[in-house]
Design a protein around this ligand. Structure first.
Ligand SMILES: *Cc1c(COP(=O)(O)O)cnc(C)c1O
Length: 410
């Protein structure tokens, strides 16, 4: 199908509008346009030097003494304090540890303990599967009852019986990019006597977040936050709950006096109790490079960059690629979308592979979502325009239909 579309490339916007933090990140592969910050964010330029110092001065030379002489034990709290501003959280309310799924499990259990005898967990049915699995596992163990919702309208009905302990919501949907209205939703949940557990995996580092009155949150370190492949996740607990219950996993690092080696558990005050075990020093050191950038970035800058990049992408794809069966899948209103921009295309998996071959790294999610995830600090509007030109070339030539694009891809 050859649609009748104007063939004038859209004029580039000014490059001075690039983020002033762009130079703090290392360039990626030459001629590759990276639009997959929702999978793995770009690398801070000084991450390799920090890793080299850790390995040499820390592991090779200091070994055990580094626990005393360096910041290894403080990293979970200090990383949390440095990323707290972009989450709209207090510096002492965030801890970096474990993975998102594990933290989700821990905080759901914690919310259940804090809100007993309420024992219902409300979960979105189509949420990122791991979040739902974590809740299903808790219910299966007899510790909660699950109530699934499929829309924001269903939330009100789910809360009505007055038995909900926690509502677990993904702030930004991993497929469509739909964003929940955080303040209003939190107020609704709290008015029903329940708590909210936000998963910020697709918004932390992409948007300015204001956790405000939110009870709990978790999120990924390796996506927009640029903590590195497999980076630890974070968890947040509002001060009103911090000392309300024992953590779900009681371990020596969450003890009030770890090195006293007391026989019985006493929970550390605040979020520190959720650090069950030895921190991942190597991963935390990589994350530190990004955290030192985040501590400087005003949340409003992220919002402005996100709105500019996502709107430019939508405008240019819609003007340049109209008639090829690629349609905006997520919200049109900037305040209703987060993270990536999702497109619906019947053969999204093939198109994503053809784009990657053409040097535009995007991702696809079943059944038909194509995700463009710019990074607010590194992606430029010029890159957006160039990516859309390459997309247009693939659509106009029909290259995505070639048999080599049929295989599975992450
Ligand atoms: C990426 C993602 C996760 C990943 O969880 P891990 O435990 O880090 O593997 C969890 N939840 C959401 C919503 C995600 O997008």
């Amino acid at each position: 199908m050859q649609p009748d579309v104007p063939c004038e490339p859209v004029q580039p916007l000014s490059v001075e509008r690039d983020s002033p933090w762009r130079h703090r990140f290392a360039a990626g592969a030459p001629d590759v346009l990276y639009f997959d910050a929702s999978s793995i964010g770009p690398m801070p330029a000084d991450a390799p030097a920090r890793m080299a110092t850790l390995l040499d001065a820390g592991w090779r030379v200091a070994r055990r003494r580094a626990w005393n002489e360096s910041d290894w034990l403080q990293q979970p709290a200090s990383l949390g304090a440095r990323i707290a501003p972009v989450l709209g959280a207090g510096p002492g309310d965030v801890l970096v540890c474990d993975s998102t799924t594990v933290n989700q499990y821990k905080l759901l259990r914690f919310a259940l303990a804090a809100c007993a005898p309420r024992r219902v967990l409300v979960v979105e049915s189509g949420v990122f599967p791991s979040n739902r699995y974590a809740a299903e596992g808790i219910a299966r163990a007899g510790l909660a009852e699950l109530r699934l919702i499929d829309s924001s309208a269903a939330l009100q009905a789910a809360l009505a019986p007055g038995d909900v302990a926690a509502v677990a919501l993904s702030h930004v949907d991993y497929r469509s990019g739909d964003r929940w209205a955080m303040a209003e939703t939190t107020a609704l949940v709290r008015a029903a006597g329940a708590t909210v557990v936000w998963d910020l995996s697709h918004s932390a580092g992409s948007l300015g977040i204001a956790l405000g009155e939110s009870d709990f949150a978790v999120g990924c370190g390796y996506k927009y936050l640029c903590g590195g492949p497999g980076a630890p996740a974070f968890l947040y607990v509002h001060p009103r709950w911090q000392d309300a219950a024992w953590p779900a996993i009681c371990g020596w690092m969450g003890h009030a006096d770890t090195f006293a080696f007391e026989p019985g558990f006493r929970a550390a005050p605040g979020v520190a109790r959720h650090q069950a075990a030895t921190p991942s020093v190597i991963a935390n050191t990589a994350f530190g490079a990004a955290a030192d950038i985040w501590r400087e970035v005003p949340p409003a800058h992220l919002d402005a960059r996100h709105a500019l990049l996502s709107q430019t992408l939508i405008d240019v794809v819609e003007s340049r690629c109209a008639g090829y069966g690629i349609d905006l899948a997520g919200p049109r209103e900037a305040a209703r979308r987060g993270g990536h921009v999702a497109w619906r295309f019947a053969e999204a998996g093939r198109l994503a592979q053809a784009l990657v071959e053409a040097g535009v790294v995007v991702s696809a999610r079943k059944p038909d979502a194509l995700r463009f995830s710019p990074h607010p600090l590194t992606t430029t509007t010029a890159e957006v325009l160039e990516a859309v030109e390459r997309l247009h070339a693939i659509l106009a030539s029909g290259r995505w239909r070639e048999p080599r694009f049929g295989g599975a891809s992450v």
